[in-house]
Structures are given as C-alpha cells and as structure tokens.
Design a protein around this ligand. Structure first.
Ligand code: DOR
Length: 429
C-alpha cells in the first residue's frame, strides 16, 4: 500500500499527550512514524503547514437507518457525511427497522459496511429484543459478531431489573450499556422542554426530571452492576448526578451533543421542526451546566446523535414532527467555533472528547490516537477557514439541521481512513 507523509502540521494527539509541529508517516494502513522531521522515502506528501492534524474523529452515537429507511440515510450516505465532517469511525445505533437485536443483524451491518462504507462503521446492538425493554437480546452472540456496545437508544429501558441484568451480563464482555435516559411516563405527550417557553408558545412539555430521574437510577445501578455510558446528556442535574457518582467510583461515562451546548429552548420559539429532538433543547442554565461538565471532565465525549429524517417526517406541525437532527457535517465546526473559539475548552481537551475518550470507553484498539502502530485514520483541518452551513451541500440524505446559515470556523480539508484518502481538499477523492 502507498505511503503518505503529512508534513509540518500542528499535530494534536491527546492520547499521546502531544501538541506540536510534527510530520506523520502513514504506511500499509498504519501510522509508521511521527516526528519533527520524518523522511518518508517515496511517500506522497500532503503539505499541512498552518493546518491542524488530528486522529480521525470517532462518533459513538449515529443513526444510519439501515436496515429499513434508505430514504433517510444509508451506510454509504451516512459514512460519506461522516468523512466530510472529519469522522473516520462511527458507531451506529440499533433502532433500525428491524432493530439490530440479533447476531445476524450485526453481521449484516458489518458486511454491508465492508462494501459500501467510506469510514469505519461499528455496530451498537440492542439491549433488549425489539427494543421493547422486556427481554434481553442475544448480547453475548452479538458481541462475538462485533457489536462494540449495547443500547436501546430511542427507547429507555424502563424496568430497573432489566437494566440491572443487562449490566451484569455485559460486564463480562467489558462493553458499556449506552443508556437513553427518559421516564416515558413523565415525558408522555411532550414535544419540547417543559418550562416558561413551552407555556408561552403553547407546546406540551417534557420536564428535565424525565431525564434526571433515569440518570439517577442508572448511576446507582452502575455502582453495583456494570458499566453505563449515558447518552445525549441535556440538563444540569444529570451532569451533577454523573459527577457525584464518578467521584464515588461508579463506572459511569457520558456524552453530550453539539446542540446541547449551542442551543436552548428559545430556538423552538419559531416552531422549526429541526429544533425538535429527544431529549429536547433545555434552558440557558442547563446549557451552561453542560459546558461546565465538558470543562471539568464530567462529560468526556461529544457525540452527534446524527438522526436523519425526511422532509415528509419533519415538515409537519411541530407536535407531529419526528425527533432528531443531523450532526455529522456540523459537529467539528460547532466544537471549534462554540467551545474552543469561546475558550470553554482547549483544542486538546476538545479533540480528546472526539477521539481518545470514545476510543477508550469502547476499547477500540488502534483508534483515537496517532501513536506508531495505530490505524492510519487521520484528518487535516484548516483552522482559519470559515464556512457557512448549507444543508443542500450535505452528503447525508437528510437535511434536518437547525444550524442552516451559521458561520463556523475550521474546515475539514483531508480525511484519511486506514491510510486511504477519502476526502481531499474538502471534496471526495
Ligand atoms: O431525537 C432523537 N432521535 N432522539 C433519539 O433518541 C432517537 C433519534 C432517532 O432515532 O431519530
């Protein structure tokens, strides 16, 4: 396989504690050498002076809609969106039609990804059969087939005993259960955050308690039974519960998504269905608490919860619209502009939440770092370029973003997956 030398960029590799100007040599799908001056005889050279060089980003929360809804997204289209957004590894959620709740379905995703994916695609399998929360799925066999985590995302596991059994069982495989925390009794009928804004604009509310109560339950269960990763954390008290539980030694990690540190319930005032997401956009205080949780390390992961939906499913009355927004092509820009640009996080902290931390939580050997021997997954980003979010240009099949027209800083120039250049000069190679 050909050699690639990425020359003179500012390499940020949090897993290796590195932030400095380096050359990176890729050979045979692996990182071969990294140093101040690397020769790389016969290698094709990518000039990266003035650019940022990161390990390829990892998104541990993506909906690819295969099987079932190829009109919303496919493995091909979703992984292309990922590559343009700087993600070289994406983990796809199990709430497809039918769900990924058995070994054959896991095998299907892996086989399909091998032929059509532009980036690494790793399946997350369901915790319970049919995502119904009543009976454990074939967790052991799904793990053998290659599932990297287990989640009923989109649906909470309402029964605590079921969650307990899932944790006890997954513990032996050293994989986390990714918890969608929502008490469906409390959230029933709601379509936005419950509070002053929902009252004012007349939409039925989802109290933050619906999330908090389940986060509280799951961090308690994690103290006793196994490893929990809390998905899409949206509110202040969830951050507090997770922080306290971790201090007391519970095996709890968590993620938030760009929309929870950039937007609040105020964005819903115009009834734009692209602001409808589950959990809903919360208050200013919640948003600030999310940013504090990112800063102090309670929230170790930024994931997109990329949730593609068709125009038909979105362009309806707010209460009827599907939940979710696409995130793969805007996430890095939002992180660089809103967190790093506003000094909430250092560049190294931000990159860790998109690379080293998800790799560690999912035990992805050879990923999330540029240490010699690691997989040759890498991106080159121009920190000076600004760009405008234009959903018409998305590689995703869906366009449901609330960030249309936003000006973001930091453009993905090159994306390299396993030593192969997938994106070159911001376009598919
Ligand atoms: O907004 C959401 N959309 N939240 C979820 O938990 C599921 C997701 C989806 O699958 O569309």
């Amino acid at each position: 396989m050909s050699k690639l030398l990425i020359k003179g960029g500012r390499v940020i590799d949090p897993a290796a504690g590195l932030d400095g100007i380096r050359d990176v040599l890729l050979e045979s799908g692996k990182v071969k050498e990294i140093g101040v001056r690397v020769k790389g005889q016969g290698a094709r050279v990518i000039e990266a002076k003035g650019m940022l060089v990161f390990p390829g980003l990892i998104d541990m929360h993506v909906h690819l809609r295969d099987p079932g809804r190829p009109d919303k997204e496919t493995i091909a289209s979703g992984s292309r969106a990922a590559a343009l957004g700087g993600f070289t590894t994406i983990c796809c959620m199990a709430n497809t039609e039918p769900p990924i709740d058995n070994p054959a379905a896991v095998e299907y995703i892996i086989a399909k990804a091998r032929t059509e994916a532009a980036v690494n695609v790793l399946p997350i399998a369901a915790v319970t059969k049919g995502l119904r929360g009543e009976e454990l799925a074939e967790i052991g066999r799904c793990r053998m087939e290659g599932a990297v985590a287990f989640s009923d995302d989109g649906h909470p596991i309402m029964r605590a005993d079921m969650m307990r059994r899932a944790l006890e069982y997954t513990r032996q495989f050293d994989v986390p259960v990714i918890a969608h925390c929502e008490d469906t009794g409390l959230s029933a009928g709601g379509t936005m955050n419950e509070g002053a804004v929902s009252t004012e604009i007349g939409l039925p509310g989802i109290p933050s308690l619906s999330e908090e109560i389940m986060v509280a339950r799951d961090v308690l269960l994690a103290r006793e039974y196994g490893r929990v990763h809390i998905a899409h954390v949206s509110c202040a008290r969830s951050v507090k519960f997770i922080r306290d539980a971790r201090r007391e030694g519970a095996s709890v990690t968590c993620e938030t998504c760009p929309h929870y540190f950039t937007l609040t319930e105020d964005a819903v005032r115009h009834y734009d269905p692209n602001t409808k997401v589950n959990p809903p956009l919360r208050t200013k205080a919640d948003r600030q608490a999310i940013i504090r949780g990112l800063r102090d390390g309670t929230i170790e992961v930024i994931a997109t919860d990329h949730a593609p939906h068709t125009v038909d499913d979105k362009n309806v009355e707010f209460n009827q619209a599907a939940n979710g927004l696409v995130g793969l092509e805007t996430a890095l820009g939002l992180v660089l502009t809103e967190l790093v640009g506003k000094k909430a996080l250092t560049l190294k902290e931000a990159v860790a939440k998109l690379t080293a931390n998800p790799a560690r939580i999912l035990r992805l050997a050879g990923k999330g770092t540029l240490r010699p021997g690691a997989d040759a997954d890498l991106i080159v980003v121009d920190p000076r370029q600004t760009w405008q979010v234009d959903p018409r240009q998305f590689a995703s099949k869906s366009r449901n973003t609330p960030f249309t027209g936003w000006t973001l800083k930091g453009k993905v120039i090159h994306t390299i997956v396993g030593g192969k250049q997938i994106v070159r000069d911001g376009q598919f190679a």
